[in-house]
Design a binder for this molecule. Structure first.
Ligand SMILES: Cc1ncc(COP(=O)(O)O)c(C=O)c1O
Length: 358
C-alpha cells in the first residue's frame, strides 16, 4: 500500500508549469546568457527586482531577491541573534529551528481562528525586553491555514507602530486564494514603514527555482545585501531571470488561476472528507487558500502516538507539536496529493483516530 502524504507541504508535480519554464529558461540563456550565467548584483536580477518593486510601490533598492525566502529569513534573524523574537503559536517550524540555533529567546503568541491575538501581543510588549521583531504569517498560515482578520490586521499594525516594533510579514500563500477578497497586508497598512514583507515564487510558480524576496525598510537595505554577498556572492540569476521571463510573457496570472483551481479541488475534497469521517470527533480550520489545514483532535489523542502507527495505516502528516502546537493537533497538507488520494487518506486517518478517540 502506497502511503498518502499529508505531510509534504509542496505542490503536486502536476501543479508545476514545466514546459513553460523550460521555454523561458532557454530563452533567457540565449538572450541574456552573459549576464545570468555570470556573477551579478547580490540584490538580484535587476528586471525582476524592478517588477517586484513596482508591485509593492517601493524603490527597487528596497527589494532583495534571495535563493528562496527562507534564506532571507536566515539573513534577517542573524542580524538579531540572541535577542527576543515574538512568533505565533503554532508557526512554521523552519524559522523556529533557525531562531533556536541562533540562541534567540522565542516568545510565543496564541492564535485562534482569526489569527494571532493582539491582546497577547500587547502583553508581550509590556513585559520583558523589547523584541527584535515579530514574525507573523497573516494569510493562510503555515501550519494552521488561519488568516488574520481585517480588524486584527489594523490592530496589529497600530500596536507595532505605537511600540516601534519591527514586523516580519511572511506571505508566500497570499496569492493562492480560492475565494473571498484579499485582505490588506500589514506592510500596506503600515504605509511600507516598520514592516519587512517577504514572499516567494515557490507557491505561485515553482519552489525549485528558489526565488524568494524581501521588501525592506530603508535601514536594513544595504545590510541584508551584505549578508547575501558574504553567503553566496550572487543569488541564482538564472532562476530569477526565468521567473522574470515567465511574468514578462503574461504567464503569471493564468498560471495562478490554474494552481488555485487545482488546490481548491484538493481543499474541498479534504473538507468534505473530514466532515464525513471526523464530524463527531475533531475540529479543523477551513482555509480560504494556501496549502494546509489544522486538525484539533480530542485532548486524549496524542498525535505523536498516531504518527508512530501511521505508516501501517498508509497515511502520514506532521504532528502539531513540531510547530509549537498542542499534543492533540496535526497539520494536514492537501497540496501534494490528488483529490482522490485526499479522500482515501482521510479515511485511513479516521481508521487510526477513531479507536483512540472513542
Ligand atoms: C510560511 C513559509 N515561509 C517561507 C517558506 C519558504 O519558502 P521558500 O521556498 O521561498 O524558501 C515556506 C515554505 O513552505 C513557508 O510555508
Amino acid at each position: 500500500m502506497e502511503t498518502i502524504s499529508f505531510a509534504r507541504g509542496v505542490p503536486a508535480p502536476e501543479c508545476l508549469p514545466v514546459e513553460e519554464l523550460a521555454d523561458c529558461a532557454r530563452e533567457v540563456v540565449e538572450r541574456d546568457g552573459r549576464t545570468v550565467l555570470s556573477y551579478g548584483p547580490a540584490g538580484g536580477y535587476e528586471p525582476l527586482r524592478e517588477w517586484i518593486a513596482e508591485r509593492h510601490g517601493v524603490d527597487a533598492r528596497r527589494v532583495l531577491i534571495t535563493n528562496g525566502s527562507l534564506q532571507g529569513f536566515v539573513f534577517l534573524a542573524g542580524r538579531f541573534a540572541g535577542g527576543r523574537v515574538l512568533v505565533e503559536r503554532p508557526t512554521y517550524d523552519r524559522p523556529l529551528k533557525i531562531l533556536r540555533g541562533l540562541g534567540t529567546e522565542i516568545h510565543t503568541l496564541p492564535m485562534d481562528d482569526e489569527g494571532l491575538d493582539p491582546d497577547a501581543l500587547e502583553d508581550a510588549l509590556r513585559t520583558g525586553p523589547k523584541p527584535a521583531f515579530l514574525y507573523t504569517i497573516p494569510t493562510f498560515q503555515n501550519p494552521s491555514g488561519c488568516t488574520l482578520s481585517n480588524a486584527r490586521r489594523r490592530r496589529v499594525a497600530n500596536i507595532a507602530r505605537e511600540h516601534d516594533l519591527l514586523v516580519l510579514e511572511d506571505d508566500p500563500y497570499g496569492l493562492v486564494r480560492f475565494e473571498g477578497e484579499a485582505a490588506p497586508s500589514l506592510f500596506q497598512l503600515a504605509g511600507g514603514e516598520g514592516v519587512v514583507y517577504s514572499s516567494s515564487f515557490s507557491k505561485t510558480i515553482a519552489p525549485g527555482l528558489r526565488v524568494g524576496y524581501f521588501v525592506l525598510p530603508r535601514e536594513l537595505e544595504g545590510k541584508l545585501e551584505a549578508d547575501a554577498v558574504s553567503t553566496y556572492i550572487t543569488p541564482v540569476l538564472l532562476g530569477q531571470a526565468t521567473v522574470y521571463e515567465f511574468v514578462r510573457r503574461g504567464m503569471f496570472e493564468p498560471n495562478l488561476d490554474r494552481v488555485r483551481a487545482m488546490l481548491r479541488a484538493r481543499r474541498d475534497a479534504m473538507l468534505e472528507a473530514l466532515e464525513r469521517e471526523f464530524a463527531e470527533v475533531a475540529r479543523w480550520s477551513k482555509p480560504a487558500g494556501g496549502y494546509f489545514l489544522w486538525l484539533d483532535l480530542p485532548d486524549r489523542v496524542d498525535a505523536a502516538a498516531l504518527l508512530a502507527r501511521s505508516g501501517e495505516a498508509g497515511v502520514t502528516f506532521v504532528q502539531g507539536a513540531d510547530f509549537g502546537g498542542a499534543a492533540n493537533t496535526a497539520r494536514l497538507a492537501y497540496s501534494f496529493v490528488s483529490p482522490m488520494e485526499v479522500r482515501e487518506g482521510v479515511r485511513r486517518l479516521a481508521g487510526l483516530v477513531t479507536p483512540v478517540a472513542a
